[in-house]
Structures are given as structure tokens and as C-alpha cells.
Write a protein that binds this ligand. Structure first.
Ligand SMILES: Cc1cc2nc3c(=O)[nH]c(=O)nc-3n(C[C@H](O)[C@H](O)[C@H](O)COP(=O)(O)O)c2cc1C
Length: 232
């Protein structure tokens, strides 16, 4: 630690995206094809995920209509694929706010990204084969956002989805453990202030939280997910 006194300055950054993992959401379009979209306003609680999505996105429309999605988690190796479909939308025409930011309509997101769609087991939207983590999910709840602002209140939706199948590349599994991901092997792609980052390899230091047995967090959603039949 330096001996310079700690100080703060007051700042007004337009965004407060301090860094979260990128999620590539696949959803099914009305014509049976599928859409793929990068997002990163996501966090995890048990086998649930909370997603903050632009109300005008094709993903939002598809999720509401079908109640299904796949949350594909790209690693740092998929940064090119994510960037190739940045500033695109499956919506046609392109919604006004996106036009202003230089978005274009793109129907062929899979082809443009270079990622490979493979069938899911319990939901219609496909998984992205190259992403090391692919989570099949169903919509559990939809909530509003910024209800206290008369202009912005309908612009963003918050979705709670429940995971019902977890697929991971075998290289992520913790040695000697049937059901654990090894965080030393997982290299999430991080979006921070609109730029892409990875994590520093290895742990920074021992973690007190990490002393808690992981199994104590297991929720009834895991058994719920087991009871779900495969589509085919
Ligand atoms: C790295 C990255 C992170 C993003 N995070 C979000 C997000 O958290 N929420 C959101 O609504 N849009 C986010 N976007 C923008 C969406 O990708 C954009 O709204 C896109 O048009 C959605 O595609 P769709 O209209 O086909 O669903 C992000 C884009 C990138 C490249």
C-alpha cells in the first residue's frame, strides 16, 4: 500500500458498468429460426439469473413470447465472435435508440458470429457450441425497472430465469469432483465500460467465502431441473 492519503473525487460517468461477464442469449424467433445477442447486465442467485434487457430488443420480444432461452457464457477465446455481433439487432426495423447508436439489423447472427448452434435438451433455442458454458433456462418472472422515472420507466425490463440444464466443456470440471466448476479453469469474458477484458489467471489470495462448502447453496431448482424431460 502506498502512503499517499486515500482520496476520492466526485465524477458523473454516464454509465456505471464496472465489469460483469458477457452472456450470449439465444432465443427462438417467430419463424422458428433463432436469435443470438450479447448482454452483460446479468447476475446469479442459486440456479436463477437476473437479466436486464432493453425492452425494444428482439431477445426481449422472443423471451416474453416463448418463455425460453439459453444463456451461453463465452470465455476470453470467444471475444471475436461476441464483437462481430455487437451493434446488431434481430429487430427489423432497427428501434430508434439503436439507430442513433449505429446498430444494423442482422438476421444471420449465428453465421456472422461464427458460432455453431447445437440442439438444446429442454428448450427450443439452440446452444452455442463453442461457449464453454451453456445454460438452458425458462422465464420465471418479469419485472419493471426505473418505475420512478416517467420517461425511462418502460425502456428496460428485468427478467428472472430459472436454469434447467447446465452444459459445460469437460475442461472446466474440477478434478475429482462430479458437479463442480473449477474457477481456476474458467476464463470469463468481462465487459467493463464497453470494453472487453479477461481475469488475471489464478486466485489473488485465499478466500474466506471459499471456505463454505459449495453444496450448502444447492436449491430445490436443481431437483426441479432433473425432473424435466428432454424434448426429443
Ligand atoms: C458486450 C455487450 C454487452 C451488452 N450488454 C447489454 C445488456 O446488459 N443489456 C442490454 O439490453 N443490451 C446489452 N447489449 C446490447 C445488446 O447486444 C443489443 O441491445 C442488441 O441489439 C440485442 O440484440 P437483439 O435486438 O437481437 O436482441 C450489450 C452488447 C454488448 C456487445
Amino acid at each position: 500500500m502506498s502512503d499517499v492519503p486515500l482520496q476520492t473525487i466526485a465524477l458523473e460517468p454516464a454509465i456505471l458498468y464496472f465489469g460483469t461477464p458477457v452472456v450470449l442469449i439465444s432465443t427462438q424467433n417467430e419463424d422458428g429460426t433463432s436469435n443470438l445477442a450479447p448482454m452483460s447486465s446479468a447476475f446469479w442467485l442459486g440456479w436463477r439469473c437476473i437479466l436486464g434487457l432493453d425492452a425494444s430488443s428482439r431477445t426481449t420480444e422472443n423471451l416474453r413470447r416463448t418463455g425460453e432461452c439459453v444463456l451461453n457464457l463465452p470465455s476470453v477465446d470467444e471475444v471475436g465472435a461476441v464483437d462481430r455481433i455487437a451493434r446488431t439487432t434481430g429487430s427489423n426495423p432497427v428501434p430508434g435508440a439503436k439507430q442513433m447508436r449505429g446498430y444494423r439489423h442482422e438476421q444471420q447472427k449465428w453465421e456472422v458470429s461464427g458460432l455453431t448452434p447445437v440442439d438444446s435438451e429442454t428448450v427450443a433455442p439452440p446452444r452455442a457450441l463453442e461457449c464453454p458454458v451453456q445454460l438452458e433456462a425458462v422465464l420465471a418472472a418479469e419485472n419493471g425497472f426505473m418505475a420512478d422515472d416517467p420517461i425511462w420507466k418502460d425502456g428496460i425490463k428485468v427478467f428472472e430465469v430459472r436454469i434447467q440444464r447446465v452444459h459445460v466443456h469437460p475442461s472446466l470440471r474440477m478434478a475429482g469432483q462430479a458437479n463442480r466448476i473449477d474457477p481456476d479453469r474458467w476464463r470469463p469474458l468481462i465487459m467493463s465500460f464497453q470494453q472487453f477484458y479477461g481475469l488475471t489467471p489464478g486466485k489473488l489470495q485465499a478466500s474466506r467465502l471459499g471456505q463454505i462448502e459449495e453444496a450448502t447453496y444447492r436449491s430445490p431448482d436443481v431437483d426441479r431441473a432433473r425432473a424435466i424431460d428432454q424434448l426429443t
